[in-house]
Design a protein around this ligand. Structure first.
Ligand SMILES: Cc1cc2nc3c(=O)[nH]c(=O)nc-3n(C[C@H](O)[C@H](O)[C@H](O)COP(=O)(O)OP(=O)(O)OC[C@H]3O[C@@H](n4cnc5c(N)ncnc54)[C@H](O)[C@@H]3O)c2cc1C
Length: 405
């Protein structure tokens, strides 16, 4: 996408581009039509070593960092939104326990235990090709919005945890081998507290674990984001993806962890722009040549799309470059701004693409109508929905921590 990249990033994005263009794009309509999970795409990602993209190289992964992932995710999003969004859930589970966890404060003992536990988790990915989901959303959105403890609980028992609760919108349901469930430690003698959030890898074949509900949404249909019900599910200690209390610390001090849903939609925005240019130039297979590109109204619309795309990309790229522990207030607010811009502009660029290309462009034989439907989902993704980004940007611009009227 013409962003400044390192050689390594160019190489990884190049692999993603080949997979996306040659394999994922031709399959995308079928997954969308059936609302089925893109298993074949994951076979290809697994064969390319991409399930271990953000697994550190000393654990056999590709050792990609946050910025590398963001660029690769956007490239996948150009070709299949549902694959990019589900790939985010898996890849960021690995990233949270690697690059991000490395930045967090831990005692020596915690770090040693985390090191040994994550080695086991990474082995499952690198050696067995295991796939991880990242279900944190619950029917009461306050927890996923970061404003209340998760209603799903984990009670300590011999050798592990007993997990109870209900998650919804669990992308990869039925496809994942493990579900990275965020839950609150049930201390029995104390009220639920966000500081006691635990992050546990629940095996998809555990007793008491079931997937319920249907999945037939307007967009992102291939994510298969159904409900999870957990009834006294035993999760061994070794399946702790982060030490106790560390998720809370991460959410406060590594805020860019929540911007990782944006690459999918950055890719969709790029795809809608590329489609429009190809369509108006008469270069797309099956699209008749016309003189539409000579019409000033079309040229202005393409100009407007390009301006929005460049604005989104520039801001997004700057925010990515600022990701890390304890960013400045401006950098944190810029991350909300980038998230808002990518999610809202992706849908707006798709809207302009349809208006500009016209009625024949929205047939199911072409990808534009799917891009439009998929793009609509971006601003709904907690914890940084478009509304929550606006809420934080307004409030935090006007109030310093602790200030009230
Ligand atoms: C395609 C798709 C895939 C998804 N995959 C996953 C996944 O893999 N894992 C996962 O955990 N979740 C996933 N989600 C869930 C998503 O992140 C949200 O949790 C879900 O869309 C919330 O449902 P809702 O909009 O009906 O919630 P509602 O609670 O009705 O929220 C509606 C809107 O109100 C606002 N809002 C809600 N709570 C607050 C609050 N406390 N303060 C201020 N504003 C608030 C937000 O803007 C929100 O968009 C997915 C969603 C979609 C659409």
């Amino acid at each position: 996408m013409d962003l400044p990249m390192t050689d390594r990033q160019r190489e990884l994005v190049g692999i993603a581009r080949e997979l996306g263009r040659d394999k994922f794009a031709p399959r995308a309509a079928t997954y969308d039509d059936e609302a089925s999970f893109p298993f074949e795409n994951y076979d290809d990602l697994r064969a390319a070593g991409f399930l271990g993209l953000t697994v550190p190289s000393q654990h056999g992964g590709l050792g990609a960092d946050y910025a590398d992932y963001m660029l690769v995710g956007a490239e996948i999003g150009r070709w299949c939104g549902a694959t990019a969004l589900t790939f985010n859930m898996h890849t960021c589970t690995m990233l949270w326990s690697s690059q991000m966890a490395d930045d967090l404060a831990m005692t020596d003992d915690q770090r040693a235990r985390h090191e040994s536990r994550r080695a086991g988790i990474y082995r499952k990915v690198v050696e067995d090709g295991a796939l991880f989901a990242q279900p944190f959303s619950e029917p009461n959105s306050a927890a996923a919005a970061g404003k209340a403890p998760f209603g799903t609980t984990a009670r300590k028992t011999d050798g592990g945890w007993l997990v109870n609760g209900r998650k919804h919108f669990a992308s990869l349901s039925g496809a994942a081998d493990y579900y990275g469930v965020l839950c609150t430690e049930d201390r029995a003698d104390a009220p639920a507290n966000v500081k006691d959030t635990l992050y546990l890898a629940v095996p998809g074949n555990a007793d008491g674990f079931q997937i319920t509900g249907t999945w037939d949404p307007v967009g992102m249909r291939g994510t298969v984001s159904r409900n999870l019900e957990l009834d006294d599910v035993f999760v061994p200690d070794d399946h702790q993806l982060m030490p106790r209390g560390l998720y809370y610390q991460a959410a406060l001090s590594w805020p860019h962890m929540f911007m990782t849903l944006s690459p999918t939609y950055m890719g969709i925005a790029q795809a809608a722009f590329d489609f429009t240019v190809g369509y108006l130039r008469g270069e797309l297979p099956g699209v008749p040549k016309s003189k539409a590109r000579a019409v000033p109204a079309k040229q202005y619309a393409v100009a407007e799309m390009r301006i929005k795309l460049e604005q989104a990309k520039a801001l997004w790229h700057r925010a990515i470059s600022e990701a890390g522990i304890n960013p400045s207030k401006d950098a944190r607010l810029r991350a909300y701004t980038a998230q808002y811009t990518v999610m809202e502009y992706a849908n707006d660029i798709c809207r302009l693409a349809i208006r500009t290309c016209g009625g024949r462009s929205i047939m199911k034989a072409l990808p534009l109508e799917r891009l439009y439907r998929d793009s609509r989902c971006g601003s709904l993704m907690l914890p940084w929905t478009a509304e929550i980004c606006l809420e934080r940007l307004g409030r935090e611009s006007l109030y310093e921590p602790g200030e009230t009227d």
